[in-house]
Design a protein around this ligand. Structure first.
Ligand code: ATP
Length: 282
């Protein structure tokens, strides 16, 4: 059922002098992948040598296989895996401008509300595709939205992603290293993940984008955020954020998951917002 995704190691050239980023267990370096008739720029996730253990290899392989099933313009493409010198490598499409949060912090002047809305509209389209395919991302955040250009965003980091069960739910068995400030209350309380919990995370991502890369719930601990939300509090509107954008965020942060809008509707509202901003109506 799963297509083979092994790439020929000879078709891959790494540039180990440059590091695009690093996680806990892996580093990401640029590379060139030679395909049948062309060459493509790649981002290659390589397990740090000390972490080259069976369990982590399996985890990375699962991430690669899940991503390889996805085919959408607003989702980072997985070309395949290379198992060179006993080091497993994930070969992905390169998003040269890197994570959205960092980009907005440094390129604040060049990004308008309308430009930000366009990027979020693209993310909403990618999330609609995931929702249709019954996958949950579980780590949607501005750090995991990567930029191909300043007006082209793609969703990345499928390390926590899962296929949903027949009830369209993923039930985690235990707490892991979770991005709790991006998680809906039912994720924390009942380990229950659905597309509606991704909708919550999408709105946190919106908030990060309209605050130009600020961290959500600054100065609070994860456990404090949970109480804060339960009391009915929410992140306040970023300065200069279009009111329609903030009202969408609030709808996505409804405590009850079933009253949050599905991604289909989030996408429509993002499109309207973007069109309005472009026309200068806001
Ligand atoms: P961990 O496994 O600890 O959670 P991580 O999930 O953050 O690590 P990634 O998000 O996969 O690891 O990658 C780490 C960094 O590498 C990203 O923040 C980004 O800067 C860079 N990166 C990842 N993929 C790409 C890509 N396709 N194009 C450009 N840069 C990328």
């Amino acid at each position: 059922e799963l297509r083979t995704i092994e790439l020929n190691p000879n078709a891959l050239t790494l540039n180990t002098d440059i590091e695009l980023g690093a996680g806990n267990f892996a580093t990401v370096v640029p590379g060139i992948l030679r395909m049948r008739s062309r060459e493509v720029r790649a981002a290659v996730k390589v397990l740090k040598q000390a972490n080259n253990q069976e369990l982590l290899r399996e985890e990375l392989m699962r991430e690669a296989q899940l991503m390889h099933q996805l085919d959408h313009p607003y989702i980072v493409r997985m070309f395949g895996v290379c198992d060179n010198n006993k080091t497993l490598m994930l070969v992905m499409e390169l998003a040269p401008l890197g994570p959205l949060n960092k980009f907005l912090r440094t390129q604040r002047e060049i990004m308008t509300s309308s430009g930000i809305a366009l990027l979020l509209f693209q993310v909403a389209q990618g999330m609609c595709y995931l929702e249709e395919r019954n996958f949950v991302h579980r780590d949607l955040a501005a750090r995991n939205v990567l930029l191909v250009t300043e007006c082209y965003a793609k969703i990345s980091d499928f390390g926590l992603s899962k296929a949903l069960n027949a009830e369209n739910v993923y039930e985690a068995r235990s707490v892991g290293k979770w991005p709790v400030k991006w998680y809906a209350p039912e994720c924390i309380d009942f380990f229950r993940f659905t597309s509606k919990s991704d909708v919550w995370s999408f709105a946190i991502t919106m908030w990060e984008a309209f605050s130009y890369g600020e961290k959500p719930y600054r100065g609070m601990r994860g456990s404090e955020v949970h109480d804060f939300l339960q009391k009915g509090n929410r992140l306040s509107s970023p300065l200069g954020c279009p009111p329609e954008a903030y009202s969408l965020m609030l709808d996505c942060w409804k405590y009850q998951s079933d009253v949050r809008p599905p991604f289909q509707q989030v996408r429509q509202r993002m499109e309207l917002l973007m069109a309005g901003l472009e026309a200068g109506l806001n």
